[in-house]
Unconditional design. Structure first.
Ligand code: ME8
Length: 506
């Protein structure tokens, strides 16, 4: 199967922070999981470089917009390998291929009689790059702001409009027939009731600044940044060349976005696509919002979390694990140093690390480091293998629905069962009474360790590889095929090393 996954493309108005890292890592986890399933994966991320917000940031830095975005996009590009993410393409909306693709999409909409010229008069938030109705705003200190506190300004200009209102019923039909195309369920309900509330035609061009993709045949207008931005998902796989191999293989995509930009992805984007005669996305998953020690993350509060700082302090896999274990994917989460330390210590050091460490060092000390496949399985062995089967099934089910936290929990439950098995089978006692049985126990539990490391590989790839190295296990042999069968070969163990050092709590 082919699988196409995308992050939002991030605005190049500032440097990346932990929120951007979060979405990119989420997509990396889902991409790696799909590769383990044997799927052919295309993972896209990039930067959103046009619009008034970026232009204003460039002016504030005394740089020309293009010079400014060339400089800022590098920060997003460099962050990807630091996050341990393996992408297939990085798109910048100022690239020629993208300008061409978004103009083609525009022309297609025009050809299908979906665009008309009129005048826009209303509220606009540069921070959100969004138009607002007065009833969506509140007044603070006599000034209108959006629900999330963004300032708005009154805009009056000639503008092209997209006939969004024509798509209301078709969108409702589509979502009612495809209830899993927006997840989590609460977000699906929100989108559906927003659409049912009525859709107005959407202003899709601006004339009061010019940092954007020129509207074909009317260079007085630049495209509204969102129509340009959303089109990136098509550009990267070759649009407008719909015979392109990547386009044929990978569209439609699974989009992972923050809840802040769900409306653009789940209302405007599918309407543009339907209007242009293009298939709708396979799924849109909207995740929640991170706060820092209970407070909104914002530059003005001075509490922005730099992904470099936090990863340098705790370790890459530790942070990847924390972000996706701590909070159900889809819910809001709070970043706190105490929570990070507790998670790493409880789940990685005490549960998984402890199992790996005690089994590998015991086997090296007492069994010449080689474990042969067990021949006679006891009820207790079979019971643990059944748990492996159940937990693996759960894990796949959860991963397929992007419930990453629940998938991780299933693996941790398997590891806990492995620890209980070791405690009850007590290989240290068997060493004196029944060496053959001792070896069988070590072999069975080593299987559990290897399988758990593979299941956690999408989340903690470096640590999983280290663990598999201790057991000389080459993951390339295993793409979840026959996953719950015991490994039918000798397992050699060397160089046990602690993988997850405990974090000292202050
Ligand atoms: O919206 N918690 O770009 P953007 C969780 N260019 N996720 C967060 C976060 C937080 N505190 N802060 C940011 C844009 N994010 C547009 C997108 S797509 C065609 C165009 C993540 O730079 C989250 O994924 O404002 C959110 O949706 C995204 O960054 C917004 O990034």
């Amino acid at each position: 199967m082919n699988f196409y996954i995308t992050t939002p493309i991030y605005y190049t108005n500032d440097i990346p922070h932990i929120g951007h890292a979060y979405t990119t890592i989420a997509c990396d986890i889902i991409a790696r999981y799909n590769k383990l399933l044997g799927n052919n994966v295309f993972f896209l991320t990039g930067t959103d470089e046009h619009g008034q917000k970026v232009e204003k940031a460039a002016i504030n830095s005394n740089l020309k917009p293009k010079e400014f975005v060339d400089k800022l996009s590098v920060n997003f590009i460099n962050l990807i390998p630091f996050l341990g993410c393996e992408i297939d393409d990085f798109i910048r909306t100022t690239e020629e291929r993208h300008i061409k693709a978004s103009q083609e999409l525009w022309k297609q909409l025009e050809k299908n009689n979906q665009i008309y010229l009129s005048n826009y008069e209303g509220w606009y938030s540069v921070r959100d790059e969004a138009f607002y109705l007065e009833n969506e705003l509140k007044k603070i200190d006599g000034k209108y702001v959006t629900d999330n506190g963004s300032p708005v300004e009154w805009v009056k200009e000639e503008s092209y409009f997209f006939k969004l209102s024509e798509w209301q019923d078709k969108l409702i039909d589509f979502y009612e027939n495809n209830p899993e195309s927006i997840l989590p369920k609460t977000r699906y309900n929100e989108v559906l009731s927003f659409i049912k509330g009525g859709l107005k035609d959407l202003s899709i061009s601006r004339t009061t600044f010019n940092w954007g993709v020129p509207v074909p045949n009317n260079s007085k207008h630049v495209m509204y940044v969102w129509i340009d931005a959303l089109c990136n998902y098509l550009t990267a796989i070759g649009y407008p060349d719909t015979n392109n191999n990547n386009y044929k293989k990978f569209w439609p995509a699974t989009h992972i976005v923050g809840k802040d930009i769900l409306r653009f992805h789940a209302v405007y984007w599918p309407a543009f696509l339907m209007a242009a005669g293009i298939e709708l996305p396979k799924r849109i998953f909207a995740h929640g919002w991170w706060t820092n020690e209970g407070k909104k993350i914002s530059k003005s509060l001075g509490n922005v979390i730099d992904p470099y700082d936090i990863i340098n302090e705790y370790g890459l896999d530790q942070i990847r694990f924390f972000l996706f274990r701590e909070v159900p994917f889809g819910n809001d989460g709070d970043f706190s140093k105490k929570a990070i330390a507790n998670r790493i210590n409880a789940d990685l050091s005490n549960n998984f690390g402890n199992l790996v460490q005690r089994i590998s060092s015991f086997a090296v000390k007492n069994n010449d480091s080689i474990l042969k496949p067990a021949e006679n399985l006891t009820n207790e062995d079979q019971n643990l293998i059944n748990i492996l089967q159940n937990k693996f099934d759960e894990y796949c089910k959860f991963m397929n629905d992007q419930q990453i936290d629940r998938a991780i929990k299933s693996v941790l439950e398997l590891i806990s069962a492995g620890n209980v098995y070791v405690d009850t089978q007590a290989p240290w006692t068997l060493k004196k009474t029944n060496k053959i049985r001792m070896e069988e126990v070590l072999y069975i539990v080593t299987n559990i360790i290897i399988k758990s490391a593979i299941m956690l590989y999408p989340i903690i790839p470096t640590s999983s590889k280290k663990i598999l190295n201790i057991f000389n296990y080459n993951m390339d042999n295993n793409k979840f095929e026959n996953f719950t069968k015991l490994i039918n070969q000798n397992i050699k163990i060397d160089n046990p090393e602690p993988i997850f050092p405990r974090i000292l709590n202050d």
